[in-house]
Ligand binder design. Sequence first.
Ligand code: SF4
Length: 502
Amino acid sequence: MCGVVGIIGPEEAAKEVFMGLFTLQHRGQDAAGILSYEEGEGPGFHLWKDNGLVESVFNEEIVNRLPGRMAIGHTRYSTVGKSDNKHDIQPLVLNYPYGIGMAHNGNLVNYYELAEKLRRERHRMPLTNNDLEVIENLFADALLDAGNKSAELSFAQIENAVSSVMRSVNGGYSVVSMIAGQGLFAFRDPRGIRPLILGVRDAVVTDIVTGEKSTKKAYCVSSELILLSFLGYESLGDVKPGELIFVNTRGELHRKVLPEAVKEATPCMFEWVYFAGAESILEGKPVYTARLNLGKGLAKLVQRSIELGEMSPDIVVPVPETSRIAAIALAEEIKVPYREVLIKNRYIQRSFILNTPEKRTKAVDLKLNPVKSEIKGKNVLLVDDSIVRGTTSKRLVDLVRRAGAKEVYFVSTCSPIRKPCFYGIDFPNPEELIATDRNEKQIAEALNADKVVYLDQDSLREAIGLKSMCMACLDGKYPTDVSAGIAFEKRRRGDRRGKGKA
Ligand code: SF4
């Protein structure tokens, strides 16, 4: 999972992208990058990217070196390639047949197959382990194959090339891209697995020739609404599944749902459960409301457990941050005091996102301090957004026990995760997932908890309020063909361990 943004129109587009990337930091913390484009005789593209958080990668002086009225940016959460490999950091740039800069959020299931094909049939030598490189090369080849050499590309020419990409790739992806001298474009996969939203605002710009000032439309595409709101863009709604957006350098907006779009969209349910910022609205469904509903749904199951004498909580405790909203709703429903007694060290990264067990273990130890005076002698109901491998959850249970809790119950707003994700979230192999081949009782034993409760899939669907979603990591019903998935997963993990790519 990553955060993407593309802006065209304002005088200092990269400055806006830089500010906006802070609001997308929760989507990826491995690396960050910005590519800007400046009209004129100079080099055109200006790029800066590095490993680390936005604030450590950029400073004012660096951002001042990224001029122009068009820029794209990225916060990286690595799923393909090693997380510290600098070559894999986005945006990526190509210089033929046009200058093309690109960034994306998502994952291709058939990445290795396509990379191999590009090597074999097009004699392209991949320079990264990043599946974006495949998308970018396929797009460039599609422009070339259609004989596009004109000084100005039309919307139809870009549309045909993007359609061709969509027919080749299999996965979940949201792409933002710039073509030097042409404009900014963005598209979302045919099923809308990964989010993307479009916004507009007025921007005062100075004509480079006459020096006259005028008001023009500026456009922004972003992974989430929070970025648009923060930068003062008015939302024009989600980019639809399979839709292409193109804004040329004159500021003319074109948009079209391409024929590759499928009827039944399947956005990722995990955006509402965990990934998206609570202020965001995806597919018209506010994330905050969904999380309140998740808590209310869980409350019914917890209430039943209380009535059956399986638990008797004295306090409801959220595992910061994501589960806080659901925990408040749950506590209100079951009328048990809500207590924030796991105090977060805000300078430690989100542990689920960290991609090695060592990093995750360290993060939990450093991240949360229990308030012993409030925990001692009490039955504690811990609320978390999900249980993935169980390592983090077990450490949390142990932490609360060591703080003097009498009994510890663990409840999850997400249903049991039993299958891997091939669309951009680093859920591991089934063998590493704690819910594979275990029931709630066995999971409680493995976590050293007195009771474990998961929200069921129907209630999860109801809480978010969408009829059709990807819930494949829960029910195994993948919206695209993932038959190459296991091989993909093995190779992906090989890459992550530094064994190199095939
Ligand atoms: S498999 Fe799970 S995490 Fe992956 S896209 Fe589908 S719902 Fe989201």
